[in-house]
Design a protein around this ligand. Structure first.
Ligand code: F6P
Length: 319
């Protein structure tokens, strides 16, 4: 194998650039020609592929987003669409592909590997919801962004006797919410795992106010569970707090990656290139107990994610 390519797919994640840089630099050092596919699977199908050199990845480590750009292409499930992508790789003699993304991107990589392209996946998503890896690239930075925002909200919350209902991302995964809740010392956390009883939340806030004499309160909510504005309004009506809501949205996904994300991405990139050197395919790179290991993409997609029982216990012990 002489030519390999890299693409980023799905939601961008801070640290993806460090992974691309690692693949290009390590790839070149191990004797590969390295190609970048622009705009994810969409660009693979549209033949947006260009050779990347050492200097093309200079000065990208500190940048958020992905220099290769990204997309979500639902049609990539279809055989005919996958065939087009394979033809574009074959025309250029590219035999190996590294896909950086979340579970949707993993499905595409698995499909291509079953059709003869040597594919390795790297977990790049702020959601941290890929089985088998303790952390995904981007999670750390997104968590930092949330903590930074909540610290600021707490300042104004205390000054005005307010309760902020803060919606965080995660796409049904609770990682960002429960980690942020512990790190920010929020009064309440609501995720798919905690369930949602509005009356109970109102009672809890009243206890915080009356028994603990709190003049601030933070409620962290995973996206897609409830209407944060409506909950904030009920808090205003039924407790002594004035309720305010905020959806942190894509702010969480931007900004310069933390050192943890840059280092994780660089380590995973090196491992992915080495797997292609060994002509491995259908594997994803994982961080397990501080070591970089590989497991099958199929397993990563089909096993259950962690339930975080211990983290919830800790949260409830601390509030
Ligand atoms: O998967 C990353 C993520 O940011 C999720 O947390 C969120 O649900 C989703 O992407 C948002 O997608 P989009 O950027 O396409 O609106």
């Amino acid at each position: 194998m002489r030519k390999i390519a890299v693409l980023t797919s799905g939601g961008d994640a801070p640290g993806m650039n460090a992974a691309i840089r690692g693949i290009v630099r390590v790839g070149i050092k191990r004797g590969f020609e390295v190609y970048g596919v622009y705009e994810g699977y969409q660009g693979l199908v549209a033949n947006q592929i260009e050779k990347l050199g050492y200097s093309d990845v200079s000065e990208v480590l500190a940048k958020g987003g992905t220099l290769l750009q990204s997309s979500r292409l639902l049609e990539f499930k279809e055989d005919a669409v996958q065939e087009k992508a394979i033809q574009n790789l074959k025309k250029r003699g590219i035999e190996g592909l590294i896909v950086i993304g979340g579970d949707g991107s993993y499905r595409g990589a698995l499909a291509l590997s079953r059709k003869g392209i040597n594919c390795i996946a790297i977990p790049g998503t702020i959601d941290n919801d890929i089985h088998g890896t303790d952390e995904t690239i981007g999670f750390h930075t997104a968590l930092n962004n949330i903590i930074d925002a909540v610290n600021k909200l707490r300042d104004t919350s205390s000054s005005h006797h307010r309760c902020f209902v803060v919606e965080v991302m995660g796409n049904h995964a609770d990682n960002l919410a429960i980690y942020a809740a512990i790190a920010c010392g929020s009064e309440v956390v609501i995720t798919d795992k905690t369930g949602y009883d509005e009356n109970q939340i109102i009672e809890l806030l009243k206890v915080n106010e009356k028994e603990y004499h709190k003049r601030h309160a933070i409620v962290i909510v995973s996206e897609r569970i409830l209407d944060v504005e409506r909950l904030a309004q009920r808090i205003s009506e039924e407790t002594g707090f004035s309720g305010r809501s905020i959806v942190l949205g894509h702010i969480q996904r931007g900004g310069t990656p933390t050192p943890e994300d840059r280092i994780l991405a660089s380590r995973m990139a090196e491992a992915a290139v080495h797997l292609l050197l060994e002509r491995k395919t259908g594997l994803c790179v994982c961080l397990k107990d501080s070591k970089i290991v590989a497991k099958s993409i199929d397993d990563a997609l089909n096993e259950e994610n962690e339930n975080h029982e211990e983290l919830y216990k800790l949260f409830y012990d601390l509030v």
